[in-house]
Design a protein around this ligand. Structure first.
Ligand code: ADP
Ligand code: ASP
Ligand code: MG
Length: 440
């Protein structure tokens, strides 16, 4: 079996949904189609939730009405037959009625997750109405019946495997399956999600669970590019990446992949292909176990980074100091991304400042604590790059006059990371494009 995941822009217009049905119909093996919400929907649902949380129900209602109008015109062009149109209308009625009911009840965190789930529920159901109108046999596999996360929000791959195969067994006559990306159930049995951009993660988890032949991520660009196309004018697709390289790029900011989306495919050795829905013949990017080619393949940037420096003369010739510092971060379940040390200081970065105040308070007994917010991590990723001759010269040669706060080199053979002020990020990505890739 294979997985074909389509992102928001790939399903965002009726003619795009028609187009992906033609792509899906070309599959020569049984296929699970994983869909995101139509583009713009999850943002609108986030807005509805935050307005309800603030108590601004009229703003929430306005967004719900606007969204409903958008879907009403979407279904008019999605299907032709009256019977299919009525089915699509009934689906909209069900989900928008739910949103209107939510307007009247008191807000909770669990309720906001219910709101966020409506996007993927709508897109998959409408997609199935169109498949039915086209006479294409298929089955909808509700993600809320198999995609689960534990108390630490970690996916439970073992039980996903069991429940998904039970669902598939119920439809042995079918070759085409449709399911929702992003949404899941948490340890309390409530509706939850895999965080923004999480449909990629769903696709990878499902590939791992069914041991798929390939996990295809169809999006609006022809693969992983060498640099962030939102920031840099001229970028080119990278043909091949190893799982490690792709994981580094995803984790360090390449938005085309959810940060955690590589590990399930890597663990079960499922090749991942990044493909362009609008240009299906383009090669895209193949992500697999082997790393091909040497040298730098791509750069990415991760925003909203906080740097923390702990200075203490007690660190001099002492052991156990780092353990004590790391324990503080462990206690607050806050991952550390980068770390550099000198004999009397340690600098590290976090991307989740939720417990920053508590962390600082607990670090203060160890020394002077300095905090720099609004930083970015720039990651240079490739095969064996830390062993590639002249890389350091080219890297720093491209960045003259740019203040660099931290450098991480040699932690992994695939990655060199720099911590820079967020305000310099765009300029750095542009300069690296020229200096490392010869692109302007
Ligand atoms: P989808 O809705 O299909 O999940 P996303 O918007 O999440 O699509 O991801 C695709 C977008 O990622 C591209 O349109 C591009 O702007 C952005 N992007 C950021 N960095 C990269 C990169 N290195 N290569 C390709 N795309 C990137
Ligand atoms: N719809 C969700 C989001 O916009 C999940 C996804 O698109 O991957 O974040
Ligand atoms: Mg995405």
């Amino acid at each position: 079996m294979k997985i074909m995941k389509f992102g928001g822009t790939s399903v965002g217009r009726p003619e795009r949904m028609h187009h992906i049905v033609s792509l899906v119909s070309k599959a020569t093996e049984p296929t699970i189609v994983v869909l995101s919400a139509l583009s713009g929907t999850t943002n609108a649902l986030v807005e509805i939730g935050s307005n309800i949380a603030k108590g601004d129900r009229s703003a929430a209602k306005e967004t719900i009405d606007k969204l409903e109008g958008h879907y009403q015109s979407f279904i008019r062009d999605l299907v032709k037959e009256e019977a299919a149109y009525q089915k699509a209308k009934a689906i909209l009625a069900e989900h928008f009625e739910f949103l209107h009911i939510i307007l009247r009840i008191s807000f909770s965190e669990a309720l906001s997750k219910d709101i966020l789930a409506q996007g993927e529920l709508l897109s998959t159901k409408l997609f199935c109405v169109y498949l039915e109108e086209q006479g294409i046999p298929h089955a909808l596999l509700p993600a809320l019946e198999f995609m689960t996360i534990d108390t630490y929000d970690e996916p439970q791959i073992g039980s996903i495997k069991v429940r998904l195969s039970q669902l598939l067994d119920q439809h042995q006559d079918k070759k085409l399956f449709v399911t929702q990306g992003y949404i899941c159930r948490n340890a309390r049995g409530e509706v939850d999600n895999l965080k923004r951009g999480g449909s990629d993660y769903s696709a990878s988890l499902i590939s791992a669970a069914i041991n798929a032949s390939v996990c295809e991520i169809w999006t609006d660009i022809d693969g992983m590019h060498n640099n962030d196309p939102r920031v840099v004018k001229k970028t080119v697709p990278v043909e091949q990446l190893s799982f490690e390289e792709a994981a580094e790029l995803a984790y360090f900011g390449a938005k085309i992949l959810h940060p955690a989306s590589i590990w399930p495919a890597q663990q079960y050795n499922i090749p991942v292909r990044l493909l362009n829905t609008m240009q299906p013949e383009a090669k895209g990017t193949l992500i697999a176990r082997e790393a091909k080619g040497v040298g730098v393949k791509a750069v990415a940037a991760k925003d909203n980074i906080t740097a923390i420096r702990i200075k203490s003369s007690r660190m001099l010739l002492a052991y156990g100091f780092l353990r004590k510092i790391f324990e503080v971060f462990e206690k607050y379940r806050t991952p550390i991304d980068m770390i550099t040390t000198s004999e009397v200081a340690v600098s590290l970065t976090i991307d989740n400042p939720a417990f920053l105040k508590d962390i600082i308070k607990e670090l203060e007994p160890f020394g002077t604590v300095e905090v720099d917010e609004a930083q970015s991590i720039i990651s240079v990723v490739g095969n064996e790059i830390s062993q590639t001759a002249d890389i350091v010269k080219r890297l720093f040669g491209s960045l003259v006059n740019i203040p660099i706060r931290m450098v991480s080199y040699g932690g992994s053979p695939h990655n060199i990371s720099l911590l820079v002020p967020a305000a310099s990020k765009d300029q750095i990505l542009q300069q690296l494009n020229k200096g490392m890739f010869g692109l302007e």
